[in-house]
Design a binder for this molecule. Structure first.
Ligand code: UT7
Length: 335
């Protein structure tokens, strides 16, 4: 018996969109920039190439606007009907003001309130949860949830431990009250501040405002202790996923698709083994985009949308800086 209470209103994704920049940074390009090889990157991460937003005048808002506009084009929703817009990102255009407000105004969502949500690679999943709650409570009818990151703006392209992983991109979904029995079912989320040490951009915040010293030390770029992040990602995503399976009385083989954060193909494989799910349930696009942080989950939805059918059982799972992580059970609501 499931321990999850029945919902009177369920929130459902009704349209998806995405955008990646045209410029491609291949493993062979990286071979010329740092001491690495295509073979090492492919075997250790599964990544072949990533997209880079090269135009210095374009920022995360540009990626987010492209993705949001695709959602609007694919849905019957006029921008004025949007009640709320959440932008998950760790690379806002500016530290202050909210990039989400710029995105909302640019797409014509004049009746929306908009804000950024920062939970690193879990940002989009946390945002979906917030949007679902506002719809279930009857506070909002139509919500745009966007995940966008211009990771190239915080990557040090002389650091081979990080520059091979990240890419730029954006994805977005429209969420509204479900017209059938399907949508957001259940979630299990956690965080642990001890993880700060292992994955961060150290400077530019209130603890270490930017100075000549922070610049000289490279503290404006993303840093991670890969092995520690890797181990925690596998154990926490596996635990959260098993918890969601248990709470909803789901056998692993009855799940249609796993929409997992694309950080490293080996993380996905290890999580799959631990959860007794099968490899074919895990959707991937990491080989083409790398790790786009808040954008990996909605880009997966965009890339595989044609495959999903009404009633399909999806499990989302993500892990990121903070640490932040979680899993959610979702039933797809349209063909
Ligand atoms: O999105 C959420 C946050 N991020 C993640 O979830 C990523 C988690 N971590 C990872 O994906 C992996 O830890 C990495 C891909 C970052 C690294 O892979 P790894 O298998 O954990 O490698 P490692 O750090 O243990 O390094 C193994 C060796 C080292 O050399 P020695 O000490 O054995 O001689 C590294 O110096 O590989 C070396 N190395 C590289 N060699 C070629 C590290 N980066 C590279 C590189 N090319 N780019």
């Amino acid at each position: 018996m499931t321990s999850v209470p029945e919902k009177t209103i369920k929130a459902a994704i009704t349209a998806v969109g995405g955008y990646v920049p045209d410029d491609i940074l291949t493993n062979f390009d990286l071979e010329r920039m740092v001491d690495t090889s295509d073979e090492w990157i492919r075997s250790r991460t599964g990544i072949k190439e990533r997209r880079i937003l090269k135009d210095p005048n374009k920022a995360t808002s540009f990626l987010a606007i492209e993705a949001a506009n695709e959602v609007l084009r694919k849905s019957n929703c006029a921008p004025e009907e949007i009640d709320m817009l959440i932008l998950a990102t760790i690379t806002p255009d500016m530290k202050v003001a909210a990039t989400a407000a710029k995105v909302a105004t640019n797409i014509g969502a004049v009746n929306a309130f908009a804000f950024d949500l920062q939970a690193a690679c879990s940002g989009f999943l946390y945002s979906l949860s917030m949007a679902a709650a506002k719809i279930e409570a009857g506070h909002c009818q139509k919500i745009l949830v966007v995940g966008a990151d211009k990771m190239s703006s915080i990557v040090d392209y002389t650091d081979r431990t990080t520059c091979i992983i990240f890419g730029d991109g954006a994805g977005a979904v429209l969420m509204e009250a479900s017209s059938n029995a399907f949508g957001w079912e259940d979630e299990y989320f956690r965080s642990n501040g001890m993880g700060q040490e292992f994955l961060h951009v150290k400077a530019g915040g209130s603890l270490h405002p930017t100075t000549e010293e922070t610049l000289a030390k490279g503290w404006e770029a993303i840093y991670q202790e890969g092995k520690t992040v890797f181990k925690n990602a596998v154990s926490e995503m596996a635990f959260a996923t098993q918890e969601v399976l248990r709470r909803n009385d789901l056998q692993p083989e009855t799940v249609d698709y796993i929409i997992a954060h694309q950080a490293n193909k080996r993380i996905l494989d290890a999580t799959q083994t631990r959860t007794k799910l099968s490899q074919k349930q895990f959707l991937t696009n990491i080989e083409r985009y790398g790790n786009t942080t808040a954008a990996t989950l909605p880009l997966l939805l965009r890339d595989y949308e044609d495959q999903f059918k009404t009633g399909d059982k999806l499990l989302f799972t993500a892990f990121g800086g903070g640490f932040t992580w979680g899993s959610a059970f979702y039933t797809w609501a349209y063909n």
